[in-house]
Design a protein around this ligand. Structure first.
Ligand code: NAP
Length: 277
């Protein structure tokens, strides 16, 4: 298997570090910068792009569509259906709208953004139909805690390929039960808000350890998520910060650093409800 990829339960591979797009596509003045940042990330190998129909009401998908134009074959493209659209017919219709905005004819991965009112069996039937039609290569879920995953496992025929949840050094609750459960089944965790939307970067402890390693706090936060076997998807609209984030792939953390981080950001010692944003 090539470096920096993980194999999903259905056999396809996904890059282990990606780029988020939340808050992109909100303003026309920022669009050029956002497209340039995504393209720079792609050129550096961060070809996984995570978006959603929710972000900027489709605006982030449009920005992504422009960023990947002419290079679709290099991209691992992820989008999400809103729970209010996740009926059998609604999921298929939402996917068609996303594809139009993204100017492509397939997604690599389609996620249910969070659990809503429609039965999971109905949403997954639609997802299976989309896989069979070649419109998506894989499907998964987001913001599912362990009880949701256990319930989902009754309806997905073993086909859920990913669960995307909030995970970073300051929010480690999933290590108690969800992360081990997924690891056992080889269902990767995509770690959203890996920098806690910059809140994590203000930690004096994180800064101290990063400084000792001559790396930045963001690189340390991302390298730790990679070490945990998860797939972080930091969002940046800055060429410099995209470059900085990419370098997380080249960092190896030794046991003494991991111990120091555990002391600053203790792992959970009891079940904690899944954190969400
Ligand atoms: P994040 O990636 O933790 O943080 C993004 C913020 O960090 C931005 O303000 C960005 O600013 C800044 N930043 C990025 N790289 C940096 C660096 N090296 N140094 C300093 N600041 C840096 O938060 P997020 O956007 O919430 O999460 C990432 C992605 O996960 C989202 O974009 C979205 O695709 C996905 N997500 C999914 C869900 C879900 O429910 N499934 C929820 C939240 C997020 P600049 O742009 O100015 O660099």
């Amino acid at each position: 298997m090539p470096e920096h990829v993980v194999r999903l339960p259905n056999g396809i591979t996904m890059p282990t570090l990606g780029q988020g797009t939340w808050f992109m596509g909100e303003s026309s003045s920022a669009k050029k910068e956002e497209i340039a940042a995504l393209q720079h990330g792609i050129d550096l190998g961060m070809t996984l792009i995570d978006t959603a129909e929710m972000y900027a009401s489709g605006g982030a998908e449009k920005v992504t569509g422009e960023a990947i134009a002419g290079r679709r074959d290099k991209i691992f493209l992820v989008s999400k259906v809103l729970p209010g659209n996740a009926s059998r017919k609604g999921t298929v219709a939402a996917l068609e709208r996303s594809l139009q905005r993204l100017k492509t004819d397939y997604l690599d991965l389609y996620l249910l953004h969070w659990r809503g009112g429609y039965p999971l069996s109905e949403t997954f039937e639609a997802m299976e139909q989309l896989v069979d039609a070649g419109k998506i290569r894989a499907y998964g879920v987001s913001n599912f805690d362990l009880d949701d995953m256990e319930e989902a496992a009754q309806y997905d025929n073993g086909n859920i390929c990913v669960n995307q949840v909030l995970y970073n050094l300051a929010s480690r609750g999933i290590e108690w039960d969800l992360l081990p459960w997924q690891k056992k089944r080889n269902i990767p965790v995509m770690a959203y808000s890996p920098l806690y939307q910059t809140r994590l970067l203000k930690s004096s402890g994180l800064k101290r350890v990063a400084e000792k390693l001559s790396i930045t706090p963001a690189q340390l936060a991302l390298a730790w998520l990679l070490h945990q076997g998860t797939v972080p998807i930091p969002k940046s609209s800055s060429l410099r910060r995209v470059e900085e984030n990419r370098k997380a792939w080249d960092i190896t953390l030794d046991q003494s650093v991991l111990d120091e981080l555990d002391a600053i950001f203790p792992p959970p010692d009891h079940k904690m409800p899944l954190d969400v944003l």
